[in-house]
Ligand binder design. Sequence first.
Ligand SMILES: Nc1ncnc2c1ncn2[C@@H]1O[C@H](COP(=O)(O)OP(=O)(O)OP(=O)(O)O)[C@@H](O)[C@H]1O
Ligand SMILES: [Mg+2]
Length: 256
Amino acid sequence: MRKKIAICGKGGVGKSLLAYFVARALENLDYQVIVLDADESNIGLFKFFELQKPPKSLIEFLGGRKKFKEKLKSVPMIEKEKITLDEIPQECKAKIGRITVILTGKIHEPMEGCACPMGVVSKEFIEKLELKDQEVLIVDTEAGIEHFGRGVEKGIDTVIIVAEPSFESIEVASKAWELAQKLRKDVYLILNKVPEGEIREKLKKLVEEKELKPAGIIPYDEKVFMVSLEGKSPPLGKAYQSVKNTIEHILKIISP
Ligand SMILES: Nc1ncnc2c1ncn2[C@@H]1O[C@H](COP(=O)(O)OP(=O)(O)OP(=O)(O)O)[C@@H](O)[C@H]1O
Ligand SMILES: [Mg+2]
């Protein structure tokens, strides 16, 4: 399919969970899925895949944040114009079936400085990664909209914005929508953790008022919540089914 999809939204709305579910759904549709964890703070994503330990991050591979930061102005991150998945060092890839997880980097120490190098590495990786047929890249971004400012989305073609039933998350989603459209991306909104009844109706109205149209509404799934509390892999139950239907609907539009 050769698509590069970013998942973004306010903190805690379910970006990593959706990145995991989308990866699983695409794997089931026979795609080779590359998942880039571009969030410098949270460890959630690799936990969802039940990996014993995360792969070496791209930042670590490049000599760590400090070294990389010194080099930032003079040396291009990856000298090549294009890179393929095969060219990414083995130690930086965790393979789970047809899914490969890659990490930009995490903040480990206090006073490490700003997260700019992470943004640069994510941006370079996304832009330069050359996808083969049947390969798709899913990027789990950091919370908020700062990554738009850092240009992380430059190489992305499809942006999936996630919001939950909260005023703030709709506000962030609305801003992200505006930014993604300015960058001429294909943009989709997914409403997550949505209970039945009055809240669902109120949320739909709120979103309509912002002139946003959700591509999918994912139910609140108690089993997912329970399992993630235990730090285990989320079950492929009702929330997953709903994500799978939504991504199939989106695929029909972006990759008919
Ligand atoms: N549909 C859902 N039903 C129940 N729980 C959910 C659902 N979606 C997400 N959650 C739970 O909400 C919490 C936050 O999810 P997740 O870590 O994916 O959010 P995030 O947007 O990636 O957060 P962060 O901004 O911190 O990276 C997790 O405990 C997750 O299991
Ligand atoms: Mg996350």
